[in-house]
Design a protein around this ligand. Structure first.
Ligand code: LMR
Length: 424
């Protein structure tokens, strides 16, 4: 996925509050609120509810004053959940955070606390983000914390969305990128292991996201490996868009779309098992050459094309796909459908090598967990393509063996062996 702010591994800064009403009021009032179910949402429409709001470090702790009984509105709210976002001052986060805070992702009865991780370089920007979140008066957003130390930011988080990663610079070898970003994700894996809720769900967005997710999970042995995801939902969405355009149908008519493999140019958008209006894609789109070549390549290289047009990586659509990816885990998958996410391959029924993070078709009961879909057809065309993406991920894994505790790294990736969508 597109890159955002780099979280600095070693920090001298303490954990910083945004000094906001959200943070302060949570400490002063909200824990009581959730115990006693007394306070209304902070932006309640009643003219009698007063909120003072300031991000100034020296300001008085803001207070929400309840002057009439609105407890009914919050009585049915769920228990607050803590959500960490790294690279929080970056473009993707700037789209994502407001969706999280609005309730679009976890639902209108789910209050949240946002824990924003950034680098020391980005701390001012992070304060700006916190200010904008405050000024948006989201009733479900009960707390915003910002900080540069993952050990503190990840404390008790139930969800971690890891966006921050270093982009590949001019002249930087792929192996260097894997190493630099791998160190960040190794550190963040350790921090999650130490500080996060034991059943935390982790979505890795920073590229190369599959291998970063692998590094992260290997450094977090106390957290189930199954809980780690690499974001390939953007690729799924891109594939659905291309098929819908070609077939002349609306996007929601395309279902059962699997992205197999790596979030890279070896990814395999599976038109064999996908459906349009409930029919096999190949029955609806009879131009099979286009499916094998044009379609496949357009999905694989969509990120690169977008960079050429925009001059930067996808941000808004990536944020949307993060929302989709999480919603797919917290809402039951529609009957007969599935979604794609990069998950740990141990125990997979497709014959893919174990010990990788690989995008595969999944279903969820809506409890945050998922199961792999078993009844998919894999023909020779798919098998060969999947094997190529598998080989690429195995090569990436060899490059980061020093970060996964699997021995000495040996990196034999050529310059074009493995490309992010944005590198083409
Ligand atoms: C994307 O798919 O849009 C990004 O991963 C591209 C990139 O390399 O940042």
């Amino acid at each position: 996925m597109a890159m955002a702010e780099l979280s600095t591994p070693k920090t001298t800064s303490p954990f910083l509050n945004s000094s906001s009403r959200l943070r302060l009021s949570s400490k002063l009032h909200l824990s009581n609120h959730f115990r006693h179910l007394l306070l209304p949402p902070l932006h309640t429409t009643t003219p009698n509810s007063k909120i003072s709001c300031s991000v100034s470090q020296n300001s008085q702790a803001p207070v929400a004053v309840q002057e009439n009984g609105l407890e009914e509105e919050t009585r049915s709210w769920k228990k607050l959940i803590n959500i960490a976002v790294s690279g929080a001052a970056g473009m993707i986060s700037n789209h994502l955070l407001f969706k999280l805070a609005s309730g679009e992702v976890f639902g209108p009865d789910q209050p949240i606390a946002l824990k924003l991780l950034g680098s020391e370089r980005s701390i001012q920007a992070l304060e700006g983000v916190a200010m904008e979140l405050e000024d948006s008066l989201f009733p479900l957003l009960r707390e915003v914390d910002i900080g540069t130390d993952p050990n503190e930011v990840f404390q008790d988080v139930e969800w971690a969305i890891l966006i921050g990663a270093k982009p590949r610079g001019p002249g930087m070898e792929r192996a260097d990128l894997l190493d630099i970003n791998g160190q960040i994700f190794a550190e963040q894996g350790k921090a999650l292991n130490k500080a996060a809720s034991p059943n935390v769900k982790v979505l890795v967005v920073g590229n190369p996201c599959n291998t970063n997710a692998l590094i992260c999970l290997k450094n977090a042995p106390n957290i189930p490996a199954k809980n780690f995801h690499a974001l390939t939902r953007l690729d799924e969405n891109r594939a659905k868009c291309q098929l819908a355009l070609k077939a002349g149908v609306f996007y929601d008519k395309v279902s059962n779309m699997t992205i197999w493999g790596n979030h890279s140019t070896t990814q395999v958008p599976d038109f064999l098992n996908a459906r349009i209006n409930g029919l096999p894609v190949k029955e609806v789109i009879t131009d099979h050459k286009w499916l094998e070549e044009g379609f496949t390549e357009s999905v694989q290289k969509r990120g690169g094309l977008l960079i050429q047009k925009w001059g930067r990586s996808s941000a808004a659509s990536t944020a949307v796909s993060i929302v989709d990816a999480i919603k797919s885990l917290v809402t039951p998958t529609p009957e007969g459908d599935w979604f794609s996410t990069g998950v740990y391959t141990d125990g997979n029924p497709y014959g893919i090598e174990e010990g990788l993070v690989f995008s595969m078709p999944c279903r969820s009961k809506g409890d945050g967990d998922y199961e792999l879909v078993k009844d998919v057809e894999i023909d020779d065309y798919l098998r060969q393509r999947i094997a190529k993406s598998e080989a690429e991920l195995l090569a990436e894994k060899r490059c980061v063996a020093h970060l996964t505790g699997e021995g000495i790294a040996y990196c034999d990736l050529g310059p074009v062996d493995t490309m992010l969508p944005g590198e083409v």
